[in-house]
Design a protein around this ligand. Structure first.
Ligand code: MG
Length: 380
């Protein structure tokens, strides 16, 4: 059912007053799987955003690992604060480009909702363990959460989100070619903002946690550029102020380049609808080739020096072991699953149900659960 923000509901904002013609207007949404009457003053995408914010999977992001686990203090990003940084950057870009900020916010807030505990280590383990039922991927799982696993509304399973939000999330699954060309511009903005957020905050966190030395980052031209700009502006900064200023400068460089380059691409493509933007040969949202190269250098540096740091790998291995053992145990004794999950065994099968249950856990819940399990088995 089409949710209209047109004349019959005067209290709904008229997005066409500020959105560009290539933006996805809520009034043009193809609707939801389960038809619902329009809301008197919230557009379809505002409702989607609100449903995501009120979901339990969203709240659990507060206690899920982004890169660094909770044992390392409380400075570094969690999955939730990463998500909020992505939403903040993406909304800034979306507003300048006159795209649909509500849709952008909904997409940004749900983009990592499918992550299991322990970040990518957790994802790799679940993927192997659920091999017999097609494996596990956090982007696919996000769709599963919002279409099936969240249980909040009496009228339908999941959150019954607009199809544009669902297809935006589906387009994040790597290697999944879309028959409809590129994703909506709003989806492209969230993807770009995701990279900007993690490239900058992972460097920041790694410095604070002592996994990287300041001098090492100086090998990276993009980092040097940001540092030079900060040094030109501030003569005397202590080490902490300088680090923060360089991170802010990095974000500024990347966001400005993204906006400038995307604005030029939009102007030269002269697209007059979301569909026309999706059917372009190249995606219209992105940074310049020059910045792309510099970002690739920063990313490969972070990959080698941070994501592959021996202490991070050791933490990952421990977390992976815990999750693997729990998977094996629940698969063998599915009757020990909590009632809500046990009820799903018949329709979803054992492997998928165990996978869903473990994926929903926060890091600390998973560790508590694992310790309980260890205590029981060592007493036996
Ligand atoms: Mg992300």
């Amino acid at each position: 059912m089409r949710e209209s923000n047109s004349k019959q509901s005067p209290s709904l904002p008229d997005e066409s007053l500020w959105l560009a013609p290539y933006a996805m207007h809520a009034a043009d949404s193809v609707g939801r799987e389960h038809a619902e009457p329009p809301h008197p003053y919230r557009t379809a995408f505002q409702r989607d955003r609100d449903r995501i914010v009120h979901s339990s999977a969203y709240r659990r992001l507060a206690h899920k690992t982004q890169v660094f686990t909770g044992d390392r203090g409380d400075y570094h990003r969690t999955r939730l604060t990463h998500t909020l940084e992505v939403a903040s950057i993406a909304r800034t870009v979306g507003r300048v480009l006159r795209l649909n900020e509500d849709l952008i916010e909904a997409l940004a807030l749900m983009h990592d909702i499918g992550h299991p505990p322990f970040g990518h280590a957790g994802e790799d383990v679940l993927d192997q363990c659920a091999n017999d039922v097609g494996g596990f991927n956090h982007n696919d799982h996000a769709v599963r959460i919002v279409t099936l696993l969240e249980n909040r509304y009496p009228d339908f399973p999941g959150l019954n989100l607009s199809r544009e939000v669902l297809s935006g999330q589906r387009s994040r699954v790597k290697g999944q070619a879309s028959q409809d060309g590129h994703p909506l511009l709003e989806v492209q903005v969230v993807d770009a903002a995701d990279s900007i957020a993690y490239d900058t905050h992972d460097a920041d966190d790694a410095l604070v946690l002592g996994l990287l030395e300041w001098g090492e980052l100086h090998e990276i031209p993009l980092w040097r550029d940001a540092t030079d700009r900060v040094n030109r502006r501030y003569a005397t900064l202590d080490q902490h102020q300088r680090r923060r200023a360089v991170i802010h400068q990095l974000i500024e460089i990347m966001v400005s380049d993204l906006i400038t380059h995307s604005s030029q691409a939009l102007a030269s493509a002269d697209v007059d609808s979301p569909l026309a933007a999706m059917n372009q040969i190249r995606p219209l949202i992105g940074v310049s080739t020059e910045l792309q190269q510099q970002v690739a250098e920063l990313e490969s540096f972070l990959f080698k020096r941070v994501y592959r740091h021996p202490t991070i790998l050791a933490e990952r291995a421990l977390a992976a072991e815990a999750l693997k053992e729990m998977f094996a145990r629940y698969r063998e004794f599915p009757e020990s699953l909590p009632t809500r999950w046990r009820q799903r065994l018949e329709t979803e099968g054992t492997s998928r149900t165990v996978c869903d249950y473990l994926a929903a856990m926060t890091d600390r819940y998973a560790l508590d659960e694992y310790r309980r399990y260890e205590a029981v088995t060592s007493d036996a």
